[in-house]
Design a protein around this ligand. Sequence first.
Ligand code: ATP
Length: 252
Amino acid sequence: MGEFLTARGIGKRYGDFWAVRGVDLELPEGRLTSVIGPNGAGKTTLINLLSGLVRADEGRITFRGEDITRLPIHKRVRRGISRSFQITSVFPQLTVRDNILLPVLARRGETAAPFRRIGAGLDGVREAQTVLERVGLSEQQDLLAGVLPHGDQRLLEIAMALAPEPSLCFLDEPCTGMTPGESQQILRLVRRLGAGQQTTFVVVEHDMDVVFSISDWIIVMNRGEVLVAGPPDEIRNDAAVREVYLGEEVQE
Ligand code: ATP
C-alpha cells in the first residue's frame, strides 16, 4: 500500500500562540483513527490543518504523495478529503435530502445551476438517496432537517461529509450531545461505513470508552503537540497519556 496522508512539522499560530506545533504524523489508510486530548490540546486545529480549513504556518502535508500544504479546502475535497464540523451545520429549513443534494451537486460541478439539466439533477437526487441509505436516514428524506431529533441531525452531518465520496473523512466530535450508548452506535456505523466504502475516517472524540472500543489507531494530543500515537492497547498503557488524563478516563 502506498503512502496515504503524511504531515511533517506542521504548525498553526494565532498571534504568538501556537495552537499546533511540530506535528509529524502518518495516517494509516483503511483504519479508524481517533484524535484525543484534553480541552484546547489542538485536536480541532489539527483536523482544520489536514482538511484545509486553515493554512499551516509551517510544515508540509502530503496526500498520496502529492504536496497539498497550500491547497484550499475545495481542492482537497476534489482529491478525496472531506470533513464534518463540530458545531451542528445542517440547514434546518431544507429537507434532509436537499442537505445532501448540495454537497452532491457541488462535487458534480453543478452548484451554479443545479437543475439546468434535469437529468443531471435526477442523478444527483439518486446519489443523495444512496448516501442517506448508508446512514439509515432514507425514511426521513422528505422531512425538514430542523425537525429531526438531535441524533439524526448528527447522522445527517456525517452523511453530508460522505456526499463528496471521500477516501479520507474527518469527523470533528460527531457525537457531541449524545449519550454514551448513542455515541457507541454512531461510531460503530462509522466503522461499518469505513469498511464498506473504502473511506478512512479520523474522528475527534471525547468519550474514552467509545474511543478505545472502536479505534484502530489513536493520536493523543497535548498542548498543540502529538504526545503519542499508536494502537489502543499501547495508548491505554502509556504512562504519559495516563498522566495527561490524571489516570481517570483511560482506565479499563
Ligand atoms: P476542544 O477539545 O476544547 O475542542 P481542541 O483540542 O480541539 O479543544 P483547538 O480548538 O484546536 O483545541 O484549540 C487549540 C488552542 O488554540 C486553544 O487554546 C484555542 O483557544 C486556540 N485557538 C483555536 N482556534 C483559535 C483561533 N481561531 N484564534 C485564536 N486561538 C485559537
